[in-house]
Design a protein around this ligand. Structure first.
Ligand SMILES: Nc1ncnc2c1ncn2[C@@H]1O[C@H](COP(=O)(O)OP(=O)(O)OP(=O)(O)O)[C@@H](O)[C@H]1O
Ligand SMILES: [Mg+2]
Length: 287
């Protein structure tokens, strides 16, 4: 699926004294199979932007297209049923929306509504749950007797079990322990690599942006100010801090080492493994 935003603006509570222009003149696109991050300061419009992708919010001005479906402020919810089936939206703190008393019922709820084959959905969910550290017993358990992290994993799985073409995640690992965070991020990357899913990740976690993402879209005060790769962005430490964002830990380490030795590597490393290679090569050349 290809998504195109054409001059999309959105105003909350339009026509009231509280009206607020949250995103402005957004022109951008998302291609199938790529991993995107949407980053930007708090209040910059990230959540507002992504909620247009499944028609939860409709543009106050402009329009977006999802393949051959056009969404404007006039589009009726009925026309969006197909889109909603193919776009999986994981909201912030999705565990708060769990309501069934067993994992199986929770996971089958959405797919059943869309008339999807139960066994296939269960098998898909099982594969995901194994990647997240569960075993098959999990299906009969109640989500409400689980830890917050486990509930989060169940909530994410229940969206992914619908097999969406585009997976949108708003801060999916916020507040979780490092192990759960890594399990979730690795599982999502696998969906992109092995199943060609489009991933759209809203995050403040720059280590994840460096490790997993193909393309970054930067929001600032309701506007999309930049589209670039992680390597281009994190190379420019000054620009990153100008946007009130952070650089990944590995870039901080690289900059410290460069500072100490009074020189600069040609490129910025995005992972530890990459940095170790660069460092070794440099030491070889130094000798
Ligand atoms: N329901 C609402 N009514 C009025 N204004 C809103 C509403 N929801 C969000 N806003 C405002 O719209 C702007 C963009 O909000 P949004 O939630 O999209 O930002 P965000 O980038 O997702 O922030 P965060 O990083 O904190 O999640 C903010 O100024 C916010 O206060
Ligand atoms: Mg948000």
């Amino acid at each position: 699926m290809t998504v195109k935003f054409s001059q999309v603006s959105f105003t909350y509570q339009k026509g009231t004294p509280f009206e607020h222009l949250a995103i402005q003149n957004i022109i951008t696109s998302f291609e199938q199979g790529k991993y995107y991050a949407i980053i930007g300061q708090t209040g910059s419009g990230k959540s507002t932007l992504i909620q247009h992708l499944n028609g939860l919010l409709k543009p106050s001005e402009g329009h977006l297209t999802i393949d051959d479906i056009t969404i404007t402020h006039k589009t009726k919810d009925k026309a969006l049923k197909e889109v909603r089936k193919r776009i999986g939206m994981v909201f912030q703190f999705p565990e708060s929306q769990l309501f069934e008393d067993s994992v199986e019922r929770e996971i089958l709820f959405g797919p059943k509504n869309f008339g999807m084959p139960v066994e296939q959905v269960k098998e898909r969910a099982f594969q995901l749950l194994m990647d997240l550290g569960f075993n098959r017993d999990i299906f009969q358990q109640s989500p409400f007797q689980m830890s917050g992290g486990q509930m989060r994993k169940i909530a994410i799985t229940s969206i992914l079990a619908m097999d969406p073409d585009i997976v949108i995640l708003d801060e999916p690992t916020a507040g979780l322990d490092p192990k759960s965070r890594k399990q979730i991020m690795e599982m999502i990357k696998k969906l992109q690599v092995e199943q060609n899913k489009t991933i759209i990740l809203v995050t403040h976690e720059m280590n994840d942006v460096a490790t997993y993402v193909d393309e970054i879209k930067i929001m600032n005060q309701g506007q999309l100010v930049e589209t670039c790769t992680p390597r281009t962005l994190f190379k420019d430490t000054q620009y990153v801090s100008h946007l009130h964002l952070d650089v990944p830990d590995i870039v901080k380490l690289q900059r410290d080492i460069e500072h100490k030795h009074q020189f600069e590597f040609e490129k910025v490393a995005l992972t530890e493994a990459e940095f170790i290679e660069m460092y070794k090569e440099w030491q070889r050349d130094e000798r």
